[in-house]
Each structure stands twice: as C-alpha cells, then as structure tokens.
Design a protein around this ligand. Structure first.
Ligand code: GLV
Length: 318
C-alpha cells in the first residue's frame, strides 16, 4: 500500500506529479498558508509531511502530530522552522534539501550586495518617478572591486558566494564554526571569531544557518566592529540580525547599505526598513528559479522515497 504524504504548500506541477506517482498525496491546490492546527489536522492519517520554510513546526505542533507521522521532509536547505529535538523525541526523521539551491542562493547573495552598494532601490524610485537626470554625483554607490568581503558561514552557499565575489576582484575573509581545509578555503582568510572577521569586512555577506548560536548575532556589539560604511547582505535568515541595531547602524551611516532577502517574522518586514533609502529588499527569492525549485522538491521527494524504502535518506538532519 502506498504511503500517504501531506504536502503543506502547492508545488510545481511536475513535482506534484512525481509525488503522486510514488505516494498517496494530500495536496494544497489553493496554496493556503496553513496554521499549525491545520497541519496537525490535515496530516492525521498520513505517514509523512513535505513541509516548506513557511511552516513553523515547533515542539508543541510536533507533540500533537499523529503517531503515524514518521518523517518531515522540509523543502529547504534551512530547517530552523522545525524543532529538531522535539522531532527526535518522537522518533520523527527530518530531512532538508542541500546542494540544489547553492548556486541560486549565492547569486542572490551577490545581487543583495550589488543592489545595496549601487543604490538599486533609490535608482528604481528615481527612474519610476521620472525624476532624474544624469549627473556626475547622482546616486554614487560603493564599488565592490578590490574590497574585502567577509563571509559569515562558509558552508556550500558561503563558498559559492566567495567564488563569485572573486570574479569582482574581492579579497575573501570568513568565519565559520570550524576552519575549512585548504582545498575548500581556496585562499580565503579564516578568522577565529566574529570580531576579527567584522573588522576586516568592507562588505559582509551573511550565509550561516539560523541556530540558537547565530540568532541576533548581527547585533549592536558586533556591528560596531565593522569598518565605517560597510555594506551588508543577508540571504540566510532574518532572525540572525537584530533589526533595531541594524536600523540604527543604517541611520548613522555605520552601515552604508543593507540588502536582504529574509526577515524576522516573514512575510512581515520591519517598518523602518521600508522607510530607509539605503536598503535593498527582496521577498525571500533566494532559491526562486524554476530549475532550483524543481530540484528542491524532487530532492525532498527522494528523501521520502528512501525513507519509506527503509534506507537512510540522503539528507537526514536529525
Ligand atoms: C530557503 O530559504 C531555504 O532554506 O531553502
């Protein structure tokens, strides 16, 4: 008998067809954003859940899941939306989708740095209002070439950002939980702590996962270490940044500009970010290309398939 999977969000057609060929599937054709209770109710008679970044699956929700649920396949590389300990306690496997979104997300990281440093937001506003004329000092930004780029989190995405940034002639510095080997480092300079990294970072790209250790790690104290007029990009998670401290740094010009794709309490956006000019905002589209979204959902499906065949899923995280 086919295993039954509850899919929390509407997937691309090809991904839904693939799932239907393997499992009995409860889809979400209207793409409603379910509340935790609706996920609990909807998945009552299911064996697994295919979740997305928009599903907060905390300990309380997990404690109310039907005992038939054996796996949560999260369709994302990040899994901060799922309480891993609670899943472990109930013997529920959790998987993610690494690798397949590395390039798309690294591209967006570069776009955030470029969009922020070259005042893309202000440029767009001026163009839209037809209130502009070329002049020598119009919208002067900060150039990336030959600057030092600090990368916070040198995992797959951080390394792909480094590769791209070298094309701009940037010098790469990084901080990571542990130092990479020479082959992975590719000449990047390791800093043992955030203070040392930030002191070097004329540009800073945030590419670490959100964990209890990294939540609000971009705070008043650490922002103070950055050189004046630093450019910051965040393609990772909103909760890594203390928004109040960032707003203050942007207002004071300590941070020249901030580009971000991710937010605390998405889809809400801190109201000050919407007022500031030295901001470049995107609506969490780091992995939003058709190819990447296909690959992510196929990868989540593969994890489900392996799990129900009795194999260890390739992307088990707990
Ligand atoms: C997207 O934000 C992801 O974690 O895959």
């Amino acid at each position: 008998m086919k295993k039954k999977i509850f899919v929390t969000r509407k997937l691309l057609k090809e991904n839904e067809e693939k799932l239907q060929s393997l499992f009995e599937v409860i889809l979400n054709p209207k793409d409603k954003i379910y509340s935790p209770n609706e996920i609990i109710e909807g998945s009552q008679k299911c064996d697994g859940i295919l979740s997305s970044v928009t599903d907060p699956i905390n300990a309380e929700t997990i404690s109310k899941f039907s005992s038939s649920i054996k796996i949560i396949a999260n369709g994302a590389v990040g899994y901060g939306n799922i309480d891993l300990q609670a899943a472990r306690d109930r013997n529920i496997a959790v998987t993610n989708t690494p690798d397949v979104l590395t390039d798309a997300t690294a591209d967006i990281s570069i776009l955030l740095l470029l969009g922020a440093s070259r005042k893309a937001h202000e440029g767009r506003l001026a163009a839209e209002k037809q209130q502009w004329i070329w002049s020598w000092d119009f919208l002067l930004g900060k150039q990336m070439s030959n600057r030092k780029l600090g990368i916070l989190g040198m995992g797959r995405i951080g390394r792909a950002v480094a590769k791209r940034a070298k094309g701009f002639g940037m010098e790469i510095h990084y901080h990571n939980r542990s130092r990479l080997n020479k082959e992975l480092e590719q000449g990047a300079v390791f800093h043992e702590n955030i203070e040392d990294l930030f002191k070097q970072s004329e540009f800073l790209s945030i590419n670490c996962p959100a964990t209890p250790e990294t939540v609000k790690i971009i705070n008043r104290k650490n922002l103070a270490y950055l050189p004046p007029k630093c450019v910051v990009g965040n393609a990772a998670r909103g909760d890594i940044v203390d928004d109040e401290a960032m707003v203050e740094a942007l207002k004071k010009g300590k941070v020249f500009a901030y580009g971000l794709d991710v937010y605390n309490g998405e889809p809400k956006i801190h109201p000050e970010y919407l007022k500031l000019k030295n901001i470049f905002l995107l609506p969490h589209i780091g992995s939003a290309t058709k190819r990447t979204r296909w690959d992510m959902a196929f990868r989540a499906t593969k994890n489900l398939e392996m799990f129900f065949k009795g194999e260890k899923p390739q992307d088990l995280v707990n």
